[in-house]
Design a protein around this ligand. Structure first.
Ligand code: NDP
Length: 449
């Protein structure tokens, strides 16, 4: 091991790479990390963190309206400044980036601000041509937005660019109907844009509980968002006035000011040199790894979005931790992928853990389903006609709760605690034995009939 420059060379200082680097270093390993863009990766720099701050900012549009019903004298022409929100978010992102860098430095991890390309099982090359060698290489380079092939695709942007916009467009077409599409549909709508969401199928948020995504669709349509389903891009043209006209199958062309592609993300493995070390990729370019995050090359490992398993920050962090504990801390650890909660920060947000009703019926056969369809008390006083929906899926034989799915205010905050109970395998009867906390929305979880 000591013949190498480092015990571990990590490529990518995002959520997974940063965690792996600092934990391995804390276990006593000599560690370096290369980052070609900014320390923090997608989540911190152009994903979860700035997106969530925009969600908070956008929500004030409704909060300020509702405030009047609660007695506050909010002026009718209450103005919003996008540059203020955008620049405050950027400053916060820079602060967190600094904190990530400090953590790496204080753990004595060498940081190379460069792209690193694999040149063999134990070596990488940096931008300046220098080679570094390491006993193990960890690939944690994440993923990037996929853009459908169509004429004029260069006129659109992705979630990477959205945080730098000069202004909020008057009309935006968002392609895709997954996490990113629905989250930005809510943000842009609240900030005053007319939003058109276009998807190749009829489904939004495929894989989520049907009743919950139907509710989001219904509320979104009620708010004035437009949906174009079963639509594939034909071409995008740009007029002299800068407006974009999107031609799509099955629908009339639409003219908008901005097109945002939110059509999935693909692993960043292109030109990374992985073939030089015999690392095999899946059909989407993801690094194929075993339960210990080891690729088909014994000294090269991968964690996070680049492995195309579950593209979520907390999963990448767990994988990075497990990798370093296993190989540098003498603590063999494997990530348990069961019952991972997830949330969509749409307006209103939705969240879920465990099996959907359809999955449970397929896997378990006998299933009991409980639900509560209610108007949160804050919405009642605010005259906001927006109902929450909670759904619980139980194993019909054992009474065990196997899935919980929510849509409504604060549902991501509520699901985290409920996920502990689902993960622990608690039964519906045990939920019911818990006294309700009144008045909350979460109390519905122990009152479901
Ligand atoms: P998603 O996989 O959530 O959604 C992709 C959407 O694009 C789907 O509606 C899909 O349609 C459509 N689509 C896929 N390929 C094409 C294509 N070639 N042409 C046209 N449409 C296409 O991806 P996102 O980009 O929204 O997000 C990427 C990942 O990032 C998510 O899977 C998630 O893991 C993560 N993420 C998590 C967040 C969170 O935790 N809150 C927030 C943001 C991202 P169809 O369903 O019909 O296939």
């Amino acid at each position: 091991m000591t013949d190498f420059d480092y015990d571990l060379f990590v490529i990518g200082a995002g959520s997974g790479g940063t965690r792996a680097s600092r934990v391995a270093a804390a276990h006593g390993a000599r560690v370096a990390v290369a980052e070609e863009y900014r320390v923090g990766g997608t989540c911190v720099i152009r994903g979860c963190v700035p997106k969530k701050l925009l969600v908070y900012g956008a929500h004030f549009a409704e909060d300020l309206k509702d405030a009047r019903r609660f007695g506050w004298d909010v002026p009718g022409d209450c103005a919003f400044s996008w540059p203020v929100l955008r620049d405050n978010v950027k400053a916060e992102v820079a602060r967190i980036e600094g904190a990530y860098t400090d953590t790496l430095e204080s753990n004595h991890v060498d940081i190379y601000h460069s792209r690193a390309v694999v040149t063999g099982p134990n070596s990488v090359r940096l931008d300046d041509g220098t080679e570094k060698t390491a006993g193990k290489i960890l690939v944690a380079v994440g993923a990037h937005p996929a853009i459908p092939i169509c004429e004029g695709r260069e006129f659109g942007i992705t979630s990477n660019e959205v945080f730098d916009l000069e202004a909020i467009p008057k009309r935006i077409l968002i392609a895709g109907a997954g996490y990113i599409a629905n989250e930005f549909a809510g943000i842009f709508h609240q900030l005053g844009a007319h939003v058109i969401l276009m998807n190749r199928t009829k489904d939004i948020l495929r894989g989520y509980e049907l009743a919950i995504r139907d509710r989001l669709l219904q509320i979104s349509m009620m708010k004035g968002l437009e949906f174009k389903f079963d639509a594939n891009f034909e071409k995008i043209t740009k007029g002299d006035d800068g407006c974009l006209t999107v031609h799509m199958s099955g629908h009339e062309p639409v003219t908008v000011d901005l097109v945002l592609f939110a059509t999935g993300r693909v692993p960043n493995t292109k030109d990374l040199g992985l073939e030089s070390a015999g690392v095999e990729l899946d059909d989407k370019g993801g690094v194929i790894v075993d339960e210990d995050n080891r690729s088909t090359c014994p000294s090269i490992f991968a964690v996070g979005d680049v492995t195309n398993r579950i593209q979520l920050t907390p999963v990448a962090i767990r994988e990075g931790q497990a990798f370093s504990d296993t190989f540098f801390g003498n603590k063999p650890t494997r990530v348990d992928y069961g019952c991972i909660p997830s949330a969509v920060f749409s307006h209103p947000p939705m969240a879920g853990v465990g099996m959907t009703e359809a999955e449970a019926r397929q896997k378990l056969g006998s299933v009991k389903v409980y639900s509560s369809d209610f108007r949160p008390m804050k919405n009642v006083l605010a005259n906001r006609d927006e109902r929450a929906l909670y759904k619980m899926v139980c194993d019909g034989e054992t009474d065990r709760v196997v899935g919980i799915h929510l849509i409504g205010p604060d549902s991501p905050e509520i699901i985290q605690g409920a996920a502990v109970a689902v993960k622990a395998g608690l039964t519906k009867a045990q939920f019911d034995q818990t006294v309700a906390l009144h008045p909350t929305m979460a109390e519905e979880l122990v009152l479901l009939k």
